[in-house]
Ligand binder design. Structure first.
Ligand code: BGC
Length: 350
């Protein structure tokens, strides 16, 4: 069968192979046919050789951690043939650490977790894959065109859940949220903020194009320009750029008792000058919390599936700005200036 593979650590080893072995029953009883795989910055880092790990005993990693598929069979009877599902990316470490033992693998303590298409577990960018029922998340049939957004939505659902939990440390009536970055993560973060009834502001570099239009259609306010030029102090910031100056500026900008959730995976290697003492001064005197958030457990995937089901499907479809078939797999992984989410479509989607 077709699979998109790389040799981790070897730059430009991206290939579409046509003779990849069928998924082994050891991967789980649920057999799934792939409809599409979403592409993000993590895939590009793996292609560049900077990240990624093949499963034990193999030098090849199948890419793909953002999935949409249809169940072919589930002998356990928990899912039905034809069900639309997405596969959970992370699996608990085998020790397991206290968090993985509690099925909170997104908070794994020992780093021995595995991730489809990223770390020691084959990805979803192959025609068929297998998993356990616990790692398959059902999607409403109406989400057939956009269900591939569930993985980025799960990352955002976890960020929001942790904001709520941190907020519960005091009387917490947030009004305004600032989302920095209008890529897929930022736009989905804005959607969840809007669903919470908050006043949503989205900041990005783009001055024209899809991004301002999508923010507008959500009923949120778009800002192009620096964080420090904003004339308000947000109660919550969801930082989705990973850009060093933006990260530091939002810590400064957030209001009293404010919470900053960092979701952007920066590449590092660029230094900027900051007045650490002044920053500390404002964080302490304002009771601010800055925290990082990665990945998601099953609870967050279910929250995300609910959020997508409540959203306007037309708006969600607007986030997918390019769909490529397997003949154009290499183009799919090359970013273009106007891309928001690019999706690789498999033959079963046709
Ligand atoms: C994925 C997460 C994953 C992280 C680190 C991100 O792109 O969305 O699920 O945990 O990469 O590997």
């Amino acid at each position: 069968m077709y699979a998109v593979t790389v040799i981790p650590g070897t730059a430009d080893s991206l290939r579409l192979v046509d003779n990849f072995p069928e998924p082994s029953p050891q991967e789980g009883p649920v057999l799934v046919e792939t409809l599409s795989a979403g592409i993000c910055g993590t895939d590009r880092e793996i292609i560049d050789g900077a990240f990624g790990e093949a499963p034990p005993g193999s030098d090849t990693l199948v890419l793909g951690h953002e999935s949409l598929g249809r169940v072919i069979e589930d002998p356990t009877g928990q899912l039905r043939a034809g069900d639309l599902i997405a596969g959970i990316v992370r699996h608990p470490d085998p020790v397991p650490c206290p968090n993985c033992a509690a099925r909170e693998w997104d908070m794994c303590r020992n780093g021995l977790y595995t991730e489809h298409g990223i770390k020691a577990r084959q990805g979803f960018a192959r025609e068929r894959w297998r998993t356990q029922p616990e790692f398959a998340v059902p999607l409403a049939p109406g989400l057939a065109e956009v269900g591939v957004l569930l993985e980025p939505a799960s990352v955002v659902a976890k960020g929001w859940e942790h904001v709520d939990r941190i907020g519960a440390r005091s009387v917490w009536r947030p009004r305004r949220v600032l989302v920095t970055g209008a890529g897929p993560i930022g736009l989905l973060a804005a959607l969840l903020g809007q669903q919470r009834g908050l006043e949503v502001h989205v900041l990005d570099r783009a001055e024209v194009g899809h991004k301002p239009a999508l923010v507008d259609r959500l009923g949120a306010t778009y800002h192009a320009g620096p964080v420090m030029a904003l004339d308000f102090e947000p109660d919550i910031v969801l930082e989705c750029t990973g850009a060093p100056t933006v990260v530091i500026d939002v810590m400064d900008k957030v209001g009293r008792n404010g919470i900053v959730c960092l979701t952007g995976v920066s590449t590092g290697g660029r230094t900027i000058e900051i007045d650490a003492g002044a920053l500390n001064h404002s964080l302490v005197l304002e009771n601010n919390v800055v925290f990082g958030s990665v990945n998601a457990n099953r609870r967050h995937w279910l929250q995300a599936a609910e959020a997508l089901a409540r959203a306007d499907v037309g708006w969600l479809a607007g986030l997918i700005t390019r769909r490529e078939d397997l003949d154009h797999y290499a183009e799919a992984y090359e970013g273009q200036p106007d891309d928001i989410k690019v999706v690789l479509e498999f033959p079963a989607a046709r």
